[in-house]
Design a protein around this ligand. Structure first.
Ligand code: ADP
Ligand code: ZN
Length: 733
């Protein structure tokens, strides 16, 4: 006799769903509590089957249904199952990625908005300076006083660690707490609050394409920096909202969420859910729930937001689609949120817009194949003109502390004209190396095949410290060379050293440093951005952080201090990344009325990449780079997967990968390459190696992996060994 069963996704490393006796209410997409071994776990019902391979007497029953209505729709479940299959990752862990922690723990989410308000007593206390001894409480109270009523999720971003302070203030009756039902709050209209500018011709054409009735398909919005892509997103979103649809807006990282969020909030008076890694568990669960129950009409989020259920989804926007942050590069489930966004849109029959000034070569290739419709915004919006870009030959000019004379003069000129200057250097810390000039000793990391970076005074270490940028290890900075006793000197330049040099060269012009060390918390970044906007900061120096999306209208000069590092990298994507970085950072110059200038320092000004980029722009570079990829059969002209392994002992990972290779059944059109040791073999006391699988066809690669990965899983291996499969890896070093 056939027994009907429920198939349930449970967070375990096992690559399968689990069968249980159904109970009423256990509908696909709902959370349930089930016995699992000796534990009781939360799972998600994926499907109902009329028959199970498990004998009926061994089937256990669902203990409780946790959701009155399914959290995931059939389409959401399909997307998650597809992702598990495509990335060859255990389905239960994939589902876990899609669900906020509190919901995973089986908790209920009250659909309420929690906010804090200052009381009259609070205002009086502020005015009288009554809290001067409780500095942080005063700061929090001041913050809430300026914003009026403050949402908990916003507080989290603005004043980390605010909760105990808020409680103390409430006990003194200086703050009060409000809860509002979100279904009640979700009553805003869809009339634009702030109307946008008059569109340029190109924007208008883009908006017409993207607001056509019944639109579906995938689009590449390829617009130079400052061309007004965000304005196009807003118009396209507006059309969807007006029809009663909801919009998913993806952005690459938490640092950029506030800007994008603000522009949507100013434009639309509808409930918006923001989902990023900076939220507390509670705030995250509430925002997710608001999206999943249809309360939010706009969902703005980073990578994992691609899995958030959104009823009535009518449009997906992926801003800065080329950004590497869309690919999960740590842990086991290495998905690409951009690729999944394309799939999700296709499954739902809704349009998806990938936007970038420097589209990935994958996306440009997809345009050629007709999978993406190309929409171009070739000119800057408003009165801004494209910046003038030039190379500075570092061999031909005197260079003082990493800054060549022409750049130094240009900085002075722009500062004298009352403008701001931005300098990009791709390295944080003071100097990448601590060197003994007598015997050549360099300070090494004890856990990695890497040198330690010199940092200036930091926290408790007033004399400065050494830090490993690969494993995070820190060490005191030795006074003298441990080998020969001679003096040690920092070699090379990082952001901290450039900051010091600029203070010396341009006294009286405040320098603002943007890197992960100076801006650890989101509110530090906001404060720094505020100082740039208010004009109190005159020179900006920073890493990658400065290249992304920011709009600083008074910056007229951008200097790239060292473009050379990645010119000779062996990673097949290094050239693409470098070109994107240069074009993006150059795009920060002259975004308002005054024209911009970009100066790139290089020891290799004749390098073909730099020449092409300057002569024919990103499009010219991309055309060349695609030809090279095709000749070398790299993606997008082939498909890759990397089996990566590591162990605490040398050679063990390599041995495991050799055994994995042995297991492979030869398949037509699929090649295995390696295994080889990783470019940096030892990292955080583990030894890394990798085996590459290559095919010209995705379906062949997938068919091969489907047979091979479960066999690899069965291989005998030491407990210390870790392995992971990375499908469509971004880096292959
Ligand atoms: P992108 O995202 O392409 O870099 P943004 O959308 O941030 O560009 O636009 C750059 C600047 O130009 C913003 O200050 C924006 O308000 C402004 N802008 C956009 N479209 C127009 C327009 N049609 N007319 C005038 N200004 C515009
Ligand atoms: Zn290290």
């Amino acid at each position: 006799m056939k027994t009907p069963v429920c198939q349930i996704a449970i967070e375990t490393p096992l690559r399968r769903l689990f069968d249980y006796h159904p109970v009423p209410g256990a509908v696909p997409g709902a959370r349930v509590r089930v016995p699992f071994g000796r534990q009781h776990l939360v799972g998600i019902v994926v499907s109902h089957m009329s028959h199970s391979d498990v004998p009926a007497e061994k089937l256990r029953s669902i203990e409780a249904v946790l959701d009155p209505a399914p959290l995931f729709s059939a389409a959401d479940l399909k997307l998650l199952q597809w992702a598990a299959e495509y990335y060859h990752h255990p389905v239960g862990e994939v589902f876990a990625t899609a669900l906020p922690r509190l919901l995973r723990q089986g908790r209920d989410v009250a659909p309420v908005r929690r906010s804090w308000r200052i009381t009259d007593a609070g205002r009086a206390a502020l005015a009288q300076g009554a809290l001067q001894r409780a500095h942080r409480q005063q700061q929090l109270l001041g913050h809430i006083a300026t914003t009026g009523e403050c949402d908990e999720s916003a507080l989290e971003a603005a004043v980390p660690g605010w909760r105990p302070l808020a409680r103390a203030l409430r006990d003194k009756s200086l703050l009060e707490f409000h809860e509002q039902s979100l279904t009640a709050a979700a009553s805003g209209g869809t009339q634009p609050v702030e109307t946008g500018p008059v569109l340029t011709g190109a924007q208008l054409a883009a908006v017409e394409t993207l607001t056509a009735p019944g639109l579906a398909g995938a689009f590449l919005l390829d617009g130079v920096t400052g061309s007004g892509k965000t304005e196009v997103y807003l118009r396209a979103a507006g059309a969807v909202l007006a029809r009663g649809g909801a919009v998913l807006v993806m952005c690459p990282e938490i640092g950029l969420t506030p800007q994008l969020l603000e522009r949507f909030e100013k434009r639309f008076e509808v409930p918006i859910a923001a989902l990023h890694s900076g939220l507390t568990d509670g705030a995250r669960a509430r925002a997710w729930h608001l999206a999943a129950t249809g309360g939010a009409r706009i969902v703005v989020g980073t990578r994992s937001a691609v899995f958030t259920p959104i009823p009535d989804l009518g449009l997906i926007i992926v801003d800065e689609e080329h950004d590497a942050s869309y690919k999960q590069q740590e842990g086991g489930f290495r998905y690409s949120a951009r690729d999944l966004a394309l799939l999700r849109a296709q499954q739902r029959g809704v349009p998806v817009v990938l936007g970038s000034a420097t589209p990935s070569l994958e996306s440009l290739h997809n345009v050629t194949l007709g999978r993406l419709t190309h929409i171009e915004l070739p000119e800057r919006a408003g009165s801004a003109t494209p910046p003038r870009i030039a190379l500075i030959d570092m061999r031909a000019h005197p260079v003082n502390k990493g800054i060549a004379t022409p750049l130094r003069h240009a900085i002075q000129r722009h500062l004298d004209a009352g403008a701001q200057v931005l300098l990009f250097i791709n390295r944080r810390g003071y100097a990448p190396t601590l060197l003994c000039q007598s015997c050549g000793w360099v300070a090494p990391c004890n856990s990695c095949d890497a040198r330690l970076t010199v940092h200036l005074a930091r926290g408790a270490r007033a004399s400065g410290a050494l830090a490993c940028h690969h494993c995070g290890a820190e060490a005191a900075r030795p006074e003298r060379c441990p080998r020969c006793g001679y003096e040690l000197h920092p070699l090379g330049h990082g952001t901290e050293r450039v900051e010091e040099t600029l203070a010396e060269f341009f006294p009286g012009h405040a320098v603002e440093r943007f890197d992960r060390d100076s801006l650890r918390a989101p509110q530090q970044l906001h404060a720094a951005i505020d100082r740039v906007h208010s004009g109190s900061a005159r020179i900006l120096v920073g890493t990658q952080m400065l290249t992304k999306g920011h709009h600083f209208p008074d910056v007229t000069l951008v200097g790239v201090l060292n473009a050379d590092q990645s010119l000779f990298s062996t990673d097949f994507r290094a050239a693409e990344r470098l070109a994107q970085t240069i074009v993006q950072v150059a795009g920060r110059a002259g975004r308002a009325d005054r024209p911009g200038e970009v100066l790139i320092q290089s020891q290799y000004p004749d390098h073909p990449l730099l020449k092409t980029l300057l002569d024919s722009g990103y499009a010219g570079f991309a055309a060349d780079a695609l030809q090279e990829r095709e000749a070398a059969r790299w993606p997008p002209f082939s498909r890759l997967a990397l089996l990566r392994a590591s162990d605490t002992q040398p050679e063990v990972a390599l041995k495991f990968l050799r055994a994995a290779r042995q297991l492979a059944t030869p398949a037509a059109g699929v090649a295995l390459l390696g295994p080889v040791p990783a470019a940096m073999v030892r990292r955080a006391d583990r030894y890394y190696a990798q085996l590459m699988v290559e095919s010209s066809q995705r379906t062949r690669l997938q068919a091969f992996l489907a047979g091979w990965v479960p066999a690899v899983e069965q291989l005998e291996k030491p407990r210390s060994l870790r392995w992971v499969l990375d499908v469509d890896p971004l880096e292959v070093l």
